[in-house]
Design a protein around this ligand. Structure first.
Ligand code: KG4
Ligand code: ZN
Length: 341
């Protein structure tokens, strides 16, 4: 079975060709530069860029995989959640293609695809669910932070999520307060390596609350007040590195503590993580350390599959086709607010 998958839910235009659990190609065109001057994703601009890039990106994915449209058995696309006018581009293109080829169309929940991306690994990436273990999965990106219990394949339940800002948003917004360009997450990761994580003490919101929810807006506000009261910190490179390390430590500690606690409470022996913030080296290291201490196995999505990509959409679509999950009809619509159950 050979599938083409398209992903346009936010600011990455991506197309992938998947066959028998293998990601034959996974082309991503990022719009980061375009949105940098606005300090965040501008939906109208994102949609225009998807329109411009989608066909070249899809053609590149087909070419790299050595697959022609006539060889496709199905076409998949992200149905939601995401920015409505961005989702529309990939979703309608995939439906039109499925219609023209007279092949099945599969609409995929973006977060559900993230849930299974830690089980795809290697170069080229191959999905291996043979050693699948029930797990607690942390999805952590610029738009979302949530904990999900994945009891078995295609069977999951959301345990909790952020009640305000996502963790990636907290990285980006505190970075903006420090004068760093968007997205600041990867830069904070770099600068933090040169700083002391115990230099400044920031709050760890909800860390002791007996729920699986997160809140990062208070942390952002305390960084804002800290910079207002200590503006000289931004003039000293070492102090900026210390600030980055201290903010990062607060975010990472909350994510790791709550993930491990949920895993222990739910009685699973495995933790997984995916989404752009999973690229963060401190988060990867701390999750690894905490899992080892608690006798849990850990599967982190590989970095190329952490950020938004069509490969993970294609892999889940193929699993759904094989499992005979009912598929949306060709006139199905996007679901921008499609929350994972
Ligand atoms: O999953 P993603 O590509 O897009 C969505 O938000 O859906 O995630 C992007 C987010 C941004 O907030 C970015 O700053 C953050 O992931 N990010 C990082 C790192 N790499 C990406 N945050 C901290 N450390 C990193 N190394
Ligand atoms: Zn995502």
């Amino acid at each position: 079975m050979t599938l083409l998958a398209l992903e346009t839910s936010c600011d990455e235009t991506s197309a992938a060709v998947v066959r028998a659990g293998k990601v034959l190609s996974n082309t991503v065109s990022s719009q980061i530069k375009l949105h940098e001057e606005y300090g965040g994703v501008v939906p109208e601009l994102a949609a225009r860029e998807h329109l411009k890039n989608l066909l070249p990106v899809a053609q590149a994915a087909l070419r790299e995989a050595g697959v022609s449209p006539a060889q496709l058995d199905a076409v998949a696309a992200t149905q939601g959640p995401g920015l409505a006018i961005a989702l529309l581009i990939g979703f309608k293109a995939a439906q039109a293609m499925a219609f023209a080829l007279n092949k099945p169309f599969i609409g995929i929940n973006h977060h559900e695809a993230h849930l299974y991306s830690p089980w795809i690994a290697g170069t080229p990436p191959v999905a291996d669910f043979s050693n699948f273990q029930p797990n607690v999965s942390l999805i952590v990106s610029g738009g979302h932070t949530m904990l999900v219990l994945v009891a078995s394949e295609l069977n999951h339940r959301v345990l909790g999520g952020t009640i305000d800002d996502a963790a990636g948003e907290c990285f980006d917004k505190t970075g903006k307060l420090m004068g760093l360009p968007y997205p600041a997450g990867p830069i904070i990761d770099q600068l933090a390596e040169l700083g002391r994580a115990d230099a400044y003490d920031f709050p760890r919101p909800l860390i002791h609350d007996a729920n699986d929810d997160f809140s990062f807006s208070g942390l952002k506000t305390s960084v804002r007040y800290f910079i207002r009261d200590n503006p000289a910190v931004l003039e000293d490179r070492q102090k900026v590195c210390d600030l980055c390390a201290s903010v990062q430590a607060a975010i990472v500690e909350v994510l790791v503590k709550k993930t491990i606690r949920a895993a222990k409470r739910e009685g699973v022996s495995c933790v997984t993580a995916s989404g752009g913030v999973t690229c963060n080296r401190a988060l990867r290291n701390e999750l690894e350390r905490a899992c080892k201490r608690n006798g849990l196995s850990l599967r982190l999505a590989q970095k190329s599959l952490c950020t938004d990509n069509a490969g993970m959409i294609g892999i889940l679509a193929e699993r759904k086709l094989r499992a005979h999950v009912p598929l949306p009809s060709l006139d199905a619509e996007i679901q921008p607010g499609w929350a994972l159950a």
